[in-house]
Design a protein around this ligand. Structure first.
Ligand code: SF4
Length: 215
C-alpha cells in the first residue's frame, strides 16, 4: 500500500464512521475552550471537565478571570496536574487578552502562542476547533497513532508529525482529522496494548503488518 493509499483508507474510514468527531472537553465559547485546553496539559479531559464548571461559574468571562488572584483561583485548580503553573498561566492569559487583544480571544496561531500557558499545540487546538482552520495539534495520541499507522515516517518530534500530516491530509479535513487520531489513540490504539483485534484500520497499518510478520 502506498502512503497515498494509506491516507485515503484511513481518512475514508473515519469519515464514514466518525463524521462528527469533536473534542471531549466541555465548553461553550472560545474563552472556556482556551481555559480547558490550558488545564488539559498532562491531564485527562475527564478530570478537566470536573474542574471547569466551578471556574466558569466564578469567572464567567476573560474579564472576570483577569481580576482573579492566585489565592482565589488556586483552590479551584488544585486537583489537577501542575496547579501552581496553571493558575499563574490562566491569570496571565486573561490579563494579556484584556490588555493586548481588547478582551477577545485571538484567532490565529501566532497571536495565541504569545499568551502565557499557550504553546503551538494549544494554539492549533483553539484555531482548529473554534475556527476550523487547517491546523493539526499533535499530542501523544496523534504522534503515536500516526507513526504506527505509517501516516508519518521517522517523525521524531510533534512538529515533524504535524508537518507530515498537514502535507498529506486534504486541507478541509485537517481540523477533524486531529479528533479522529486522538480518539483512536485514546480508545483503540492504546499506548501499551493497542487493541489491534478490534481495529478496522488493520489493512492499512504498518505496525500491524510488522506484528503479523513477526508471529
Ligand atoms: S491495527 Fe493496532 S497498531 Fe494499527 S492503528 Fe489499529 S490498534 Fe493501532
Amino acid at each position: 500500500m502506498t502512503k497515498k493509499e494509506r491516507y485515503a483508507f484511513v481518512l475514508d474510514y473515519f469519515e464514514k464512521h466518525a463524521p462528527n468527531a469533536e473534542t471531549e472537553l466541555i465548553y461553550d465559547n472560545p474563552y472556556q475552550l482556551l481555559v480547558a485546553v490550558i488545564l488539559s496539559a498532562q491531564c485527562t479531559d475527564k478530570r478537566v471537565n470536573m474542574t471547569t464548571p466551578a471556574i466558569f461559574e466564578k469567572y464567567p468571562d476573560v474579564a472576570a478571570l483577569s481580576h482573579a488572584t492566585f489565592d482565589d483561583l488556586f483552590p479551584l485548580i488544585r486537583s489537577i496536574s501542575y496547579p501552581n503553573n496553571k493558575t499563574k498561566h490562566l491569570i496571565g492569559m486573561a490579563n494579556m487578552v484584556m490588555e493586548d487583544f481588547n478582551g477577545e480571544i485571538p484567532s490565529t496561531v501566532p497571536e495565541l502562542v504569545k499568551l502565557p500557558g499557550v504553546g503551538r499545540k494549544t494554539a492549533n487546538v483553539i484555531t482548529s476547533v473554534v475556527h476550523q482552520q487547517p491546523n493539526m495539534a499533535v499530542d501523544t495520541h496523534v504522534f503515536r497513532v500516526s507513526a504506527r499507522l505509517g501516516l508519518t515516517t521517522n517523525a521524531k518530534t510533534p512538529l515533524q508529525t504535524e508537518l507530515q500530516l498537514i502535507k498529506n491530509i486534504p486541507k478541509d479535513k485537517i481540523y477533524i482529522a486531529h479528533h479522529w487520531l486522538i480518539l483512536h489513540g485514546r480508545y483503540i490504539c492504546l499506548a501499551r496494548s493497542p487493541k489491534c483485534g478490534e481495529c478496522a484500520l488493520r489493512p492499512a497499518c504498518k505496525y500491524y503488518k510488522t506484528l503479523i510478520k513477526a508471529s
